[in-house]
Design a binder for this molecule. Sequence first.
Ligand code: CU
Length: 161
Amino acid sequence: MFKKVLPVLALVALVALLAVACGESTPAASPTATATRSSPSPVPKVESTATAVPQTTAATETGGTAPSGTVTEVKLNDPGGSGRYVFAPAKLSFKVGDTVNFKLVSEAEFHTFTADDLKIDQSVDANQTVEFSHTFDKAGTFKLYCIPHESLGMVGEITVQ
Ligand SMILES: [Cu+2]
């Protein structure tokens, strides 16, 4: 008699233990699983974009001289206009990484805005305006000149810090 009852009791006890174990573990495990799954992956993404935005803003702010989007106007003057062959202004300064939108305004003659070491060479016809943008990727002081009027003093300087 006992030999038949004991295994049955043992089975019942096992089933009860399993049921309790499953019943306890399932609700406890699933919230933890979803919590660990959902939280780590979006959080680093949000943090990376959040840190990237202030860095760009800080770089633009420290750029100071010419934040991208603004226009730097340079007049290409001559005797037929305001009196002399000059760039106005003749000295320009920017920061490495600046993307500058130039607006070149020529007076009564053909001029160029040339800086060989920066690979800039823009031609502007008389009474014309030429716009172009340039990103300064190296520091230094670069000679600026107008090809037809260099010997007449139409020279300048671009400083990139
Ligand atoms: Cu010129």
